[in-house]
Design a protein around this ligand. Structure first.
Ligand code: C5P
Ligand code: MG
Length: 160
């Protein structure tokens, strides 16, 4: 197959006293996200999107949160491992489109930094990487500030 499409979703609870890391960028905030790793919801959803495109299962299959070697791991490692798996199957990324849903703080001032960081992480030019931000309009756990979500779509193409 010349092309494969994938989608990924992730959510993490907000937690005081943790750093807020989105797409490898530290965002100033009064809270971070809880999780076994650095809880980078955007990198996790991107990892799942790449694994999904190739029907390689999900992030928990490859990096079980019970495995001591992944405790506190930078999510960049998960993402780059997924890209290596894709390369091993003869596929490379074409583009990434993502949405982070977080009630506060406003993220738009960090769009350039997050795009650049995600682009570097996946080895694409910045114009092939989209990062969108949404609130949840005060509704549900994300809207109440109790969680953050990310949704990501990726396209892979056969390298040969
Ligand atoms: O969710 P809503 O449609 O109200 O978001 C309006 C705009 O606010 C978004 O298009 C986005 O640019 C920005 N935004 C942001 N940081 C957030 C949520 C939304 O900068 N946490
Ligand atoms: Mg996660």
């Amino acid at each position: 197959m010349a092309y494969r499409i994938g989608q990924g979703w992730d959510t993490h609870r907000t937690q005081a006293g943790r750093e807020l890391i989105l797409g490898g960028v530290r965002i100033p905030a009064e809270f971070g996200l809880s999780g076994h790793s650095d809880a980078d919801v955007l990198f996790h959803a991107t990892t799942d999107a790449i694994l999904g495109a190739l029907a390689l299962g999900d992030i928990g299959m490859h990096f079980p949160d019970t495995a001591p070697e992944w405790k506190g791991a930078a999510s960049l490692q998960f993402l780059q491992h997924a890209i290596q798996l894709a390369a091993g199957k003869g596929y490379s990324l074409v583009n990434v489109d993502s949405t982070i849903i977080l009630e506060r703080p406003k993220l738009k001032d960090f769009r350039g930094a997050v795009r650049e960081s995600l682009a570097n992480a996946v080895g694409l030019p910045v114009d092939a990487v989209s990062v969108k931000f949404k609130t949840a309009e005060g509704v549900g756990p994300v809207g109440e500030g109790r969680a953050c979500e990310a949704q990501v779509a990726v396209l892979l193409q056969a390298s040969a």
